[in-house]
Design a protein around this ligand. Sequence first.
Ligand SMILES: [Zn+2]
Length: 88
Amino acid sequence: MRYPFGRQTRLSKSNAPPDGKQFPMSVKPKVGTWYIVVTCHKCKVTLFLFRDLTDGTGSLSATYLVTCPRCGHHGEYEGRHYQDMASD
Ligand SMILES: [Zn+2]
């Protein structure tokens, strides 16, 4: 009988919400799909937080604490609806 050496229980892992998804999203947005986005105060990049399941019709009253993956700026933002459109 072997004892399972080297196994560690990872109780806490920062930088990720409990469901394990990335926040903000790192995937490319799909054309025609609504998202909740914020704009980084520092480098002005658009950060996609998550899918907007209301297709732009819902009201937003939440602020989100977001760390910009590009410049590392940490700030509080009010999300807004954004639909990714084809450029041509
Ligand atoms: Zn930034």
